[in-house]
Write a protein that binds this ligand. Sequence first.
Ligand code: GLV
Length: 313
Amino acid sequence: MTALLTTANWSSSHWIKALRAADPGRNFVLHGVDEYDPASVRYALTWKPPEGLLPSLPNLEVIFNLGAGVDAVLSDPDLPDVPLVRLVDENLADRMTEWVTWQVLTHHRQGLAYLDQQHNRLWRVREQPIAADVRVGFLGYGVLAQNAAGIVRALGYQVSAWSRSPKEADVPIFAGEAGLAPFLGQTDILVVLLPLTDATREIVDARLIDALARDGALGGPVLINAGRGGLQNEDDILAALVDGRLKGASLDVFQTEPLPTDHPLWGAPNLIITPHCSAISDPASVSRYVSRQMAAYERGEPLINVVDRTRGY
Ligand code: GLV
């Protein structure tokens, strides 16, 4: 009845402590540190598990992903055919909302330009539209985007979203391939919160950037990506920032992380770079979620937030 933990670059000591506090009766072992019999492992609690680890557990029943994106788990070609549970956590969603709102406001309120003025001891008021005249479009409308959209909308922005398939929502939804160009054509600030799948890899490229609205109140489109680096073509983004087709951008995720020190994006104009910190999983909150799900599963109740492997999220 062992639950095995792998946390890659996250602090394993925090995680094991939080798990033991949330579920004191359960046997948690830490891969690479604790001795354990692979045959005893019933649950795997993972963040970026080493390839081959999950297939080596013969009695594995459920995989719990400790972050929002499951791309790193699904990339194992021998992934066992057991339910993979996504993390849906209010704490994580609220952190993402903070980051997205911060970036939307920074670009709208010209934070970079004012910082630059400050460095030059320049007192100059810049013109700007009110939020109600700025259109924010969410590319991907899952749990994280919906949470962020609620707050962005409450600030007064015009909010819409694109999703792979039509869905009921409290904002105008553009769906599917046919909806993408019309969606982009009415978006001033694009917030990318898509899962990384074969269908979305490098979706943010020159073509997508060129389809964004150019008639908006900001004087040019802004790109914000907190999904995955694999969603973006970084050469295309760099070129668009340099020649002004993008007025600004905020990137929290990159094709290679950490972003290499000699990467040209570090020097790109009007770009805010953060080190994949938009929504870090909180060990205590996530441990409670996983513990609740394991208990429910053992009572014979269905698992919730199980990944559809054909969709990839
Ligand atoms: C972080 O990148 C996550 O997927 O939660």
